[in-house]
Ligand binder design. Structure first.
Ligand SMILES: [Ca+2]
Ligand SMILES: [Ca+2]
Ligand SMILES: [Ca+2]
Length: 336
């Protein structure tokens, strides 16, 4: 979009033109399909409840005693964020969560763990697909990380007490094996665990940022295979059978951590406790709005504003042209 708007680049000191350029750049921020990197500390779009209010999570509310898996976040330090772009040339989603305890770059969960997201693809409040990043257990130097997917059960899937799922880790599972960041492979790494660099220290202890990536293609394959629609169908009979994932695909998310692959038993992001609440995700205020791959909630007003600004830009250009023509005509008539 910026490329198309280059005609508005301030080549002169015209304040209006400069203001237009700045405004349009702001309006298009985050929409460039530029390279992304798990080591990026800028350009993240924090999860919100409504497009503007940050989702937050309390310290110390995870249920199994492992601070490494305890989401933290407040109005100053976002808790969960996402971005999208090209990673090693492939269109990719990246997710980042902040946790209370940093124990070194090799060890996230106490002894391995799961960070998952529930996806509501059709915006009706029910989780249609579950995606989970699994860190293997054992020696911290030999751990592997893999993104797996699973189908929700046949229940309502609209809240903690009505949502079940089964993650597919079989030999034919759709998955993405992650490459850990080692400090110098940012161009290809798809997982990182680092101490936060923005000054957060919840509970007076170092916090971590866990970042993981999944390609559009992998997510699309998973949706087509595993997502359950509102008629209860999965796969070829589902409304998601031909679903496509691109930068404008809108999805609502919930986030959680768990020591169990097929359950939510640690921290439900965005609320205190409530891992088995009978309230819905919406009632608990833990689900994001339907947002694009960048994590931005498209605002119709932005486009109306953009249209008005383009019109204003065209008017300025027209006036300048008129002034130039008049001056030229005046020079001709006076023989200048
Ligand atoms: Ca927490
Ligand atoms: Ca901390
Ligand atoms: Ca749904």
């Amino acid at each position: 979009m910026r490329h198309a708007l280059r005609f508005l680049l301030p080549s002169c000191a015209c304040p209006l033109r400069l203001a237009l350029w700045v405004t349009l750049c702001a309006a298009s921020t985050g929409h460039a399909q530029s390279p992304i990197n798990v080591a990026d500390h800028t350009g993240w779009n924090p999860w919100t409840t409504n497009g503007t209010t940050l989702l937050t999570d309390p310290l110390g509310d995870q249920q199994t005693g492992q601070g490494q898996d305890d989401f933290v976040g407040d109005s100053t330090y976002y808790g969960y964020a996402q971005k999208a772009g090209t990673l090693n040339g492939t269109d990719t989603f990246m997710f980042r969560a902040r946790f209370n305890k940093f124990d070194g770059t090799n060890q996230w969960g106490g002894n391995g763990g799961n960070i998952g997201v529930g996806l509501d693809l059709d915006g009706n409040g029910s989780i249609d697909l579950v995606m989970v990043m699994v860190e293997s257990s054992g020696n911290v130097n030999n751990r592997t990380r893999t993104v797996y997917f699973g189908s929700p059960g046949t229940g309502a899937n609209t809240g903690p007490s009505t949502t079940t799922w089964t993650i597919d880790t079989s030999g034919t599972a759709i998955k993405q094996t992650l490459t850990a960041y080692n400090g110098s492979n940012g161009g290809t790494a798809s997982y990182s665990l680092v101490q936060t660099t923005d000054g957060s220290a919840f509970g007076g202890t170092p916090d971590s940022w866990l970042t993981f990536a999944v390609s559009f293609q992998t997510l699309q394959d998973a949706i087509r295979k595993y997502a359950r629609d509102s008629n209860g169908n999965i796969g070829v009979n589902s409304i998601f059978a031909n679903w496509t994932v691109n930068y404008t695909t809108r999805i609502s998310f919930i986030g959680y951590t768990s020591t169990q692959l097929n359950a939510l038993n640690q921290d439900l992001f965005g609320t205190s406790g409530n891992n088995s609440s009978t309230l819905t995700w919406n009632q608990l205020g833990v689900s994001t709005p339907m947002q694009d791959a960048y994590g931005i909630v498209p605002e119709p007003a932005t486009y109306a504003q953009l249209g008005a600004l383009l019109l204003a830009g065209a008017f300025v250009a027209y006036r300048r042209q008129r002034r130039a023509t008049s001056a030229s005509a005046l020079r001709s008539s006076t023989g200048a």
